[in-house]
Design a protein. Structure first.
Lengths: 309, 407
């Protein structure tokens, strides 16, 4: 992923897909109108197994079922791919704090890409604003403010720290889940089975980074904005009463593309790649920059690294 | 065996007839409970139609009133049975009565615990996902799975013991101590374990420094030893007023003495906690500041924390001074204060400072919504109703008004 030619290709592909989505979505959305708020009881979904105990055939059935269900709900075709992990790949993220300007374009891109509810609003990425004076003593997340509202960012004397799921190696959230509905995949992505989660929110109490969000009400995504390229463990639309979070854009990265937040960042503060590949950009950063992880004393071993450029 | 089944069928039928009859006061009490339950059912149907958005819980404070009640009631369930130990050691007259009413209270408290956890879940219809066999319980890692297992075991055990004792005396048989006493004594370590596991559920979370303290489990037990027996004293008092049952003042005073020790330990542990937070003054102090001073700019729980502290200290003074403790009306006031104090301290008083500010510093000032309160009241209605029925049956049998003559 460090090859600049490949990067350009990725960007072009991403851009053209976005354009395609925009043009098709406008027409279909108008025809489909408002999607139905609640779904009828579905026998097959109710008795569905935990994703981890499904055979390949059962996963195929699941992707078909999801495609049918969402097509009916949003009135347009969905491409559901349950792409599995690739051998010798463990994903890692790097974020250059000295570059981040707090514009929150990553937040918008994430909401669009990952089908987060628009009403009520759910945002997987929170950008925390800190007073520079306080940060000289280190980032204490308690001092951050996610609700800053200036005409322009960055504001004078402020620094920014975007935070989402840290994809910990020793993740407290997966340990506490009573149903085994959330786990770390072989490529390091911590995922949730949105059909298996019972909504007890123990993982939310356990997560030290506030990465997990609950669907307190029926989530709403306008049909003309829904992203139809979905992964069952990633950006598929979720239901009411389950917990959701960042999946490193599993639907994109397992396809060789960058996460949406990475593409959206206007200052190149975001870096992403394979930690096992010694030549990847993320490996270069870990070797050559001074990096740190949030709440290191908790020993959760995040695969999300912050650094000063 | 067949005889037992026939007799048990008869017992169930007659019990049902018994609990639906009673004085005007009794019927008014039932009417109140039924109203609470209906209100709760209506509120819960709201929650099912719209989601947990009907509560005031949100992402920063993702557990609230429901889980607070759960923590309190696990303590009641545990302590009610633990009272069997002193009842046995001090040989309080008919130990069977004390043990039995303790078990009945434990059963009702566990029913409420189970209900409070279930209604807190976003998709209760999927709760089978954590059952062994059909689901994939995350055992032994998830303390919630442990909690469900020990609570269920505790419920089954107490339900069996209580039914056995009641049924035996209903049919005029003498219960077999060699058979039942070992089971009763088994329920004592299990009582301690349900509360320890519930404390571990919070204690194990390194993301929440306010809970991530070794002192939490002993504090849970100490406060449970306050609230459970205090509640039992109040129940004994009510029961001996409305029915001619033999519970001596001496027995209540003994429980009062026990409460003095329990409250002393509870307050001591609280003092240790407060000292550690405020003297060491690390970043984590912010949770204790929220607990005692509400933080700047807005509603907080400081008022409730001080209320709970005042209740507990006053109750302690009443329990420790023999002149107060030995006057039954004063003792009863102490018990009311202890129950109220522990309910606040261990309910939202435990939950909210643990979750506020949240892990990224957001201060969301939670108060339960009306819908939440109604659902909670409904569950208390179910618990009180089940206790009322069970107590009525067992007392009627004890008094010899209700029984079955074998031919």
């Amino acid at each position: 992923m460090k090859n600049p030619e490949r990067d350009e290709q990725l960007d072009a592909k991403g851009a053209s897909r976005r354009k395609f989505l925009r043009t098709t979505a406008a027409g279909v959305g108008a025809a489909a109108g408002v999607p139905a708020a609640a779904e009828a009881f579905d026998f097959e979904t109710f008795f569905q197994k935990n994703f981890r105990s499904m055979s390949d055939e059962e996963i195929d059935e699941l992707t078909d079922r999801l495609a049918r269900k969402y097509e009916k709900k949003y009135g347009k075709p969905f491409d559901v791919q349950a792409t599995g992990p690739v051998d010798n790949v463990v994903f890692g993220y790097g974020l250059d704090i000295s570059r981040c300007i707090g514009c929150r374009r990553c937040v918008d891109a994430c909401v669009q890409e990952n089908n987060q509810s628009r009403d009520p609003e759910i945002q997987w990425i929170r950008v925390l604003e800190f007073e520079r004076e306080r940060v000289v003593r280190g980032f204490e997340l308690e001092d951050g403010n996610p609700y800053y509202d200036h005409e322009q960012a960055p504001a004078e004397g402020m620094v920014y720290l975007p935070i989402a799921c840290q994809h910990c190696e020793d993740s407290p959230c997966t340990n506490v889940c009573p149903t085994g509905a959330t786990w770390e995949e072989p490529d390091g992505i911590v995922v949730i089975d949105y059909d298996w989660c019972i909504g007890c929110r123990y993982c939310m109490a356990a997560c030290p980074y506030g990465a997990r969000h609950f669907n307190w009400a029926e989530p709403n995504i306008p049909a003309d904005e829904v992203n139809t390229n979905i992964h069952p463990l990633g950006n598929r639309p979720r239901g009411r009463g389950v917990v959701e979070k960042c999946s490193f854009c599993i639907q994109r990265v397992r396809d060789g593309r960058y996460p949406a937040c990475h593409e959206a960042c206007p200052v190149g503060a975001r870096k992403f790649g394979n930690l096992l590949d010694p030549n990847s950009e993320i490996s270069y950063l870990l070797k050559n920059k001074r990096t740190f992880v949030l709440k290191a004393e908790l020993n959760t071993r995040p695969k999300f690294f912050y650094f000063y450029g | 065996m067949k005889v037992y089944l026939a007799e048990f069928w008869h017992f169930s039928k007659e019990s049902l007839a018994l609990v639906t009859r009673g004085s005007h006061g009794y019927m008014a009490w039932l009417a109140l409970l039924v109203m609470m339950i209906l209100g709760g059912a209506w509120a819960y149907s709201n929650q099912l139609s719209f989601g947990l958005v009907t509560s005031n819980m949100r992402d920063p404070v993702s557990w609230g009133f429901y889980i607070g009640n759960f923590a309190f009631l696990v303590g009641v369930a545990a302590a009610a049975v633990i009272l069997i130990i002193p009842a046995y050691i001090y040989n309080w007259g008919p130990i069977r009565e004390v043990a039995l009413l303790g078990e009945l209270l434990a059963i009702s408290a566990i029913i409420m615990c189970m209900l409070f956890v279930t209604i807190d879940i976003g998709r209760p219809e999927m709760v089978w996902h954590m059952m062994p066999g059909v689901g994939t319980p995350n055992f032994p890692y998830s303390l919630l799975v442990w909690d469900v297992f020990v609570l269920s075991a505790y419920f089954v055990l107490n339900f069996f013991v209580a039914t056995y004792l009641v049924f035996m005396s209903y049919t005029g048989r003498k219960y077999n101590p060699a058979f039942i006493m070992p089971i009763i004594f088994l329920s004592i370590p299990l009582a301690i374990s349900i509360h320890t596991v519930t404390a571990f559920l919070f204690m194990g979370l390194k993301a929440r420094p306010f809970w991530n303290e070794a002192i939490l489990a002993p504090r849970f037990l100490a406060s449970a030893f306050c609230s459970g027996p205090a509640l039992l004293v109040l129940i004994f008092q009510v029961l001996r007023k409305v029915r001619p049952i033999q519970i001596s003042d001496a027995a209540l005073r003994k429980i009062g003495e026990l409460l003095a020790y329990a409250m002393a330990i509870n307050l001591f542990l609280l003092g240790c906690e407060v000292f550690k937070e405020f003297y060491s003054h690390s970043h984590h102090i912010i949770h204790a500041q929220f607990q005692w001073f509400s933080l700047e700019g807005g509603y907080g729980i400081a008022g409730y924390s001080l209320f709970a502290l005042t209740c507990n200290v006053t109750a302690f003074v009443i329990f420790i001074v023999p002149a107060f403790r030995n006057r039954i009306p004063v003792l009863l006031c102490g018990c009311v204060l202890a129950v109220a104090g522990v309910y606040v301290e261990k309910g939202l008083g435990l939950l909210l400072p643990g979750l506020t500010p949240d892990v990224i510093g957001e201060v969301y000032r939670y108060t339960p919504s009306l819908n939440e309160l109604m659902v909670g009241a409904g569950i208390w209605g179910v618990g009180l109703l089940s206790f009322t029925f069970m107590a009525k049956i067992s007392i009627a049998i004890t008094l010899g008004e209700f029984g079955y003559r074998r031919t």
